[in-house]
Design a protein around this ligand. Structure first.
Ligand code: PLP
Length: 282
């Protein structure tokens, strides 16, 4: 693969960063993941807006508009022949001798991007639905910033694997915050779409945002509010949203079936509507 690193396109084996990079030493870096379908990026503007916000919240001195990001991503897509998959972008505060305090202004950020080919539209999980378990949300208190501090999510995905299920929903008390790497949503028996309100406790998902628009346009009432494990288990349908999963049905929560235990009809209609919205871009 060809990857992008600090202004250059290089073979992946040749891309190297310093052991003093603050992304490595302090997880002092932010990232984005965008999906590509038919060789085109989905919801590009919203991902770049969130990246700029993450950089500002972390006070990482890097001007996104100073680089030609549309050009960089187009080059990666073209050189790697990517028709379907994801693009990962990361920006760290750069390399400096190890110190908790941020390095002097002017330290160049470390910037890289790479592609991963995978099929997203034809995902077998969408046919069978995900089984999830809940676990305490023990991440830090600024989950609205998309940092590379992903160890807890990684550990929880391993717990899910060990428990023989697909993923984890994180909870504070009995209230769901979000999935380990997706936003959590339910459809109530009344047919309303419920998803957690934005704040410091969850990541403002780009897919969540697009889907809320799509749902409202199709006449579905959307409620952005907290909901409990019990409400989710008693919901008509449940699903998650993320750039790489789009809209993915959840059919079991902590061993209890949601609805009839099969991917929900509304959920699958929203999945199709989201993919149509994605394909209509570009
Ligand atoms: N929540 C968390 C914790 C995530 O890591 C992600 C994506 O990686 C999401 C939600 C979904 O966000 P998006 O739809 O922008 O991919």
């Amino acid at each position: 693969r060809t990857v992008y690193l600090n202004g250059q396109f290089v073979a992946e084996d040749a891309a190297q960063v310093s052991i003093f990079d603050r992304g490595l030493l302090f997880a002092d870096a932010v990232y984005e993941v965008c999906s590509v379908i038919d060789g085109r990026i989905i919801d590009y503007a919203a991902h770049m807006m969130r990246l700029e916000r993450s950089l500002a919240e972390m006070t990482i001195d890097y001007d996104c508009s100073a680089a030609d990001w549309p050009g960089i991503l187009a080059t990666l897509i073209e050189r790697n022949g990517l028709t379907e998959g994801t693009i990962y972008m990361q920006i760290s505060r750069g390399a400096a001798d190890r110190d908790f305090l941020f390095p002097a202004p002017g330290t160049p950020a470390t910037v890289f991007a790479f592609t991963q080919a995978r099929s997203l539209v034809a995902n077998p999980m969408a046919e069978r639905g995900m089984r999830i378990i809940t676990r305490p949300d023990r991440r830090w208190g600024r989950r609205d910033i998309k940092t590379v501090q992903l160890l807890y999510a990684s550990m929880m995905k391993m717990e899910a694997r060990a428990a023989g299920v697909d993923d984890v929903w994180l909870v504070e008390g009995d209230v769901i915050t979000e999935g380990s790497s997706q936003n959590a949503c339910i459809i109530t028996p009344q047919g309303h779409l419920v998803t957690r309100d934005l704040g410091h406790h969850i990541l403002p998902g780009v897919t969540r945002l697009s889907l809320i628009d799509i749902a409202r346009e199709s006449g579905i009432t959307v409620e952005e509010r907290p909901f409990t494990i019990a409400e989710a288990q008693g919901a008509a349908e449940a699903f998650v949203t993320s750039a790489s999963m789009f809209v993915m049905p959840v059919v079991e929560i902590d061993g209890l079936s949601v609805g009839d235990g099969r991917p929900g009809v509304e959920t699958m209609a929203l999945r199709k509507a989201y993919i149509d919205h994605a394909r209509a871009q570009g």
